[in-house]
Design a protein around this ligand. Structure first.
Ligand SMILES: [Zn+2]
Ligand SMILES: [Zn+2]
Length: 151
């Protein structure tokens, strides 16, 4: 089975060890991809476990269980993490089936590392595009285009 995250690898070699909680994600992007795969596979346990406890709503698990969204494809637009590897950002578009066509969820998600594990905290929907000349969100002090935004 191809990995739902669209990496081109098999699920076994890609997100499965993370989703089954045998391995920890080594980067915000790896966590984000594995969470997308968990969404596709309706693995609520993993989605709750990787959602930072301070940012979980009381009805998070219930909402995830009731979610009927049929995810189609993931496109990671941008990802970076701070130099101390404690915070990270992943911007993506996730396409889902909507009637005859596709809807798009465009989000810039925030991640933090705590006790050696990356967690999703929150995200901004339909964010304004990052300017290639503005400071990179990883906090390096370099311009985005010279840092994590290199094509
Ligand atoms: Zn994957
Ligand atoms: Zn950067």
């Amino acid at each position: 089975m191809q990995c739902p995250c669209g990496s081109g690898q098999t699920y076994h070699d890609c997100c499965q060890p993370l989703v089954e909680q045998q391995q920890l994600a080594t980067s915000p992007e790896a966590l984000m991809r594995s969470r997308y795969s968990a969404f596709c596979l309706a693995n609520t346990d993993y989605l709750v476990a990787t959602h930072h406890p301070d940012f979980r709503s009381a009805d998070l698990a219930l909402g995830l269980k009731q979610d009927q969204t049929q995810w189609h494809r993931l496109q990671v637009i941008f990802s970076c993490s701070s130099q101390d590897e404690q915070t990270g950002i992943v911007e993506f578009k996730a396409y889902y089936r909507e009637g005859e066509g596709l809807g798009i969820l465009h989000e810039r998600s925030n991640f933090v590392k705590q006790d050696g594990r990356w967690y999703y905290t929150d995200g901004e929907f339909s964010p304004a595009s990052l300017k290639r000349n503005s400071a990179c969100p990883c906090g390096s002090g370099k311009k985005l285009k010279q840092c994590c935004g290199k094509a």
